[in-house]
Design a protein around this ligand. Structure first.
Ligand SMILES: [Zn+2]
Length: 423
């Protein structure tokens, strides 16, 4: 059927003038609304129901797949995050967040301002489905339509975006958190458009702690202060989720304290590694091996990389700076991780300062004596490590902030392990 025939059919079933129907139909089609949706919308306009073939072209959220192309959905708006991006040379404000209905929720990006807010119930017409990190995502653009629904959409998900830190994941948009600032520092970073001043540090609430970056470098974000941040987004930085404040984020001082939990969540190594990266986690494992490149090392003065035979991978032959570190492999039966200890923790393990370590190396005329001494003290023993876990193609690294021999009772643990095995 062509447009004329569709208009003819509609006009006769609805009992209205064909030219009017045809003009409406052509309008809708010019916005790339699929023909079935366009006809449905005209039927609704003239008080008809959606026709005898009542199979809705509209989809439940959980039924949407990246193969769908374009869809119509009736949803509740859960979150609306605003972000400024550079697109084809132009500064543009986009809106991102999540929609939900009774069947599930879905992320969206809107390139136009349709004016919807968290909590609104809307029907989105002609939303384009794209795949983003393996999941379908809705894209709203010029050819999409948004109509407000007067009947609220039922959904098990809460609208508004208030979230505990422990529940934030990379990719989250339009979230609100209430936090205490634990660390905060102004920094200047160099980028394509010259130097930018930012503020970064660590925030915490009752459930956990996360690094943050404020791209607006707000001076009031001082250590010990408590705030409500509205409209933050989360992205992965060096393998862990990071809270980002943009120009659209509102920052309000809180009258209340935000109690902070000093303990990091204790996890099995396998479980922590499977999460893909965590900020501030604690594991306990057997120290299997102290890897090469531990003990006394030299770093490139330009980039900080550890030198191999006096050479930096990037800067070649350089005058190295002395440092100490330990890379130790820990295993708890569920997985392995490489704990990376900086100078201070390494000195503690060695039982002496770096100056003393260098003196020992000079006497023996061999730097390796330092690593060997550390090996002698730690291999085969069990340690509790707290730090930031990053996972990449080369393995899992835990940048240690605390490293201590485990105080767990080995008998108790053996019993627990036995329980796990026989359960
Ligand atoms: Zn270098």
């Amino acid at each position: 059927m062509n447009v004329d025939e569709h208009a003819e059919e509609l006009a006769s079933t609805l009992g209205v003038d064909k030219s009017e129907v045809k003009s409406d139909l052509e309008d809708l089609l010019s916005y790339s609304v699929p023909i079935d949706e366009a006809k449905q919308s005209i039927r609704r306009k003239h008080g008809g129901d959606s026709g005898e073939s009542t199979a809705p072209t509209a989809k439940g959220v959980s039924d949407i797949t990246p193969e769908d192309g374009n869809v119509t959905v009736t949803v509740k708006v859960l979150t609306v995050g605003r972000r400024s991006i550079r697109y084809q040379g132009e500064e543009q404000t986009i809106r991102e967040g999540e929609f939900a209905d009774a069947t599930g929720k879905i992320s969206y990006t809107s390139w136009e301002d349709f004016g919807f807010e968290p909590g609104d119930s809307v029907t989105i017409g002609n939303a384009n489905v794209r795949e983003w990190e393996g999941e379908p995502e809705l894209n709203l653009g010029q050819s999409s339509t948004v109509a407000v629904e007067t009947t609220p959409v039922e959904t098990p998900y809460e609208a508004g975006g208030d979230t505990d830190l422990v529940d934030l994941r990379a990719g989250d948009r339009g979230r609100n958190v209430e936090v205490q600032i634990l660390e905060s520092e102004e920094r200047v970073i160099s980028g394509r458009e010259g130097d930018t001043t930012i503020r970064s540090g660590v925030v915490a609430d009752e459930t956990g702690r996360l690094p943050f970056t404020d791209w607006g470098a707000r001076p009031e974000l001082r250590e010990g202060e408590t705030f409500r941040f509205e409209d933050v987004y989360v992205r992965e930085f060096r393998g862990v989720p990071q809270v980002n404040l943009s120009e659209f984020t509102t920052v309000t001082p809180l009258a209340r304290d935000v109690p902070v939990n000093d303990e990091a969540p204790r996890m099995r190594i396998g479980e922590a590694v499977a999460s893909g990266g965590m900020f501030d986690v604690e594991v306990v494992g057997n120290l299997l091996e102290v890897r090469d490149g531990s003990g006394l090392i030299e770093r490139c003065p330009d980039c900080g990389r550890v030198l191999q035979n006096g050479q930096c991978r990037t800067h070649g032959d350089v005058d190295g700076e002395d440092d100490m570190r330990v890379k130790a492999i820990l295993d708890d039966g569920s997985g392995t991780v490489t704990a990376v200890l900086g100078r201070e923790l390494t000195e503690q393990l060695y039982g002496g300062t770096m100056a003393e370590a260098m003196e020992a190396a000079r006497e023996a005329m061999d730097k390796e004596v330092v690593a060997d001494e550390i090996r002698r003290q730690v291999v085969g023993r069990e340690f509790r490590v707290r730090g930031n876990l990053s996972v990449d193609d080369y393995g899992a690294n835990l940048e240690a902030t605390e490293f201590a021999e485990s105080e767990d009772d080995p008998t108790e643990r053996a019993t627990a392990l036995l329980g796990e095995v026989t359960a």
